[in-house]
Ligand binder design. Structure first.
Ligand SMILES: [Zn+2]
Length: 153
């Protein structure tokens, strides 16, 4: 799994807009809403249960900082967190990752659940027409902009 893991690629450190104590924050390639990012361990860890107490602390402390940063930057007063562990829970990549999604009033159509969107995104094929996936250029521009904003803090 490790060799094909998208979060273990060589360029993941370059893609990350923030890094702290062995954890990275990366922008989602197919964001459900603006600001949709992920916090991941920089080494290949599948489960939350494989983190030591110190790592758990570092993970959530960093995730909280990233959430504060993203909500501020995307002018939001709310956010969703989602951590899916195990295939039956919808874990798509076997590398621990926490979704952070800044929210705003009316950002999803009436009755549309963000979790349903997350599930839809997971089921979509990469070449499926209509999939809202960022181009490499768009993705790199957003990551670079967030990296600069993060550094300014
Ligand atoms: Zn990995």
């Amino acid at each position: 799994m490790e060799t094909t893991c998208p979060f273990c690629k060589d360029n993941i450190n370059t893609a990350a807009f923030a890094e702290e104590n062995g954890f990275l924050a990366i922008y989602n390639h197919s964001p459900i809403l603006p600001g949709h990012s992920l916090v991941i361990p920089s080494k290949h860890i599948s489960s939350l249960f494989d983190l030591s107490e110190d790592e758990i602390s570092a993970f959530f402390s960093f995730a909280r900082k990233v959430t504060s940063f993203l909500t501020k930057h995307y002018k939001s007063d709310a956010y969703d967190w989602s951590l899916q562990e195990g295939e039956s829970a919808g874990q798509s990549v076997d590398h621990l990752h926490l979704h952070i999604i800044p929210r705003n009033p009316g950002d999803l159509p009436d009755g549309e659940d963000w979790y349903v969107k997350l599930e839809e995104q997971r089921k979509q094929k990469i070449d499926e027409p209509g999939r809202a996936i960022l181009s490499e250029l768009e993705y790199n521009n957003i990551s670079q902009m967030l990296k600069e904003k993060w550094a300014e803090q």
